[in-house]
Design a protein around this ligand. Structure first.
Ligand code: SAM
Length: 196
């Protein structure tokens, strides 16, 4: 409980300092985390990537469901959050850097193509070029049939960049499915489950 309050306070301070890059006022809740990890099929994956772990709301659930011999790398742009996550979850390889460099990062760890990518990135605050660079890089490192799973807030849906993001994932992946709304999240959200 204390941990959760600390994470929420830290997250909110990060949001105040850098609203576009953090993109949310609070970390994702447990219901969204459970559902995104279930839809990504983390249990049966051998290589799992997480983009934008923040304070680790999805990271801890991924780590719980991961097979013993699976590889798991988390990529976080905020160097301070990456450092804290490394301290909190020493078994997770946390890289401080941008998700755009996912290909280079995978090469440096000699990882095979990913079975799934779980994203916590704030797509609707990204400009078009950054959306494209990260989505292209993510698709390139996924194995055929691999899953790219991400979420969006319901209130952000009318935003131009959110609509654009939806159109780009439709073009980038073979299939895109939208989950029902998860009301037990602050703010309510839904998940896009995309398959290469
Ligand atoms: C909306 S928060 C989500 C945090 C966490 N996954 C959750 O659901 O609570 C977005 C996170 O993505 C990180 N981020 C933003 N741009 C990024 C980028 N280009 N590459 C990697 N991480 C990025 C932010 O620093 C922040 O931690």
């Amino acid at each position: 409980m204390i941990n959760r309050i600390q994470n929420t306070v830290l997250f909110f301070c990060k949001f105040i300092a850098s609203p576009r890059s953090i993109g949310a006022i609070a970390p994702s809740g447990p219901k969204l985390a459970q559902e995104i990890v279930r839809l990504a099929d983390v249990c049966s994956a051998k290589t799992v990537l997480e983009l934008g772990p923040g304070t680790g709301a999805f990271t801890s659930v991924i780590a719980c469901h991961l097979a013993a011999d699976a590889h798991f790398v988390a990529i976080e742009a905020d160097a301070h959050l990456a450092l804290l996550l490394r301290k909190k979850m020493a078994t997770v390889r946390t890289v401080a850097g941008s998700a755009e460099h996912i290909g280079r990062i995978m090469k440096s760890y000699r990882l095979p193509p990913a079975d799934c990518i779980v994203s916590g990135l704030p797509w609707s605050t990204f400009d078009a070029a950054l959306q494209d660079r990260i989505l292209c890089a993510a698709r390139d490192v996924l194995r055929p049939g691999g899953k790219f799973v991400t979420f969006s807030y319901v209130h952000a849906l009318p935003l131009r960049q959110a609509k654009r993001f939806r159109a780009v994932i439709e073009r980038t992946f073979a299939t895109v499915q939208k989950s029902p709304i998860i009301w037990k999240n602050l703010p309510p959200a839904f998940i896009y489950c995309c398959q290469k």
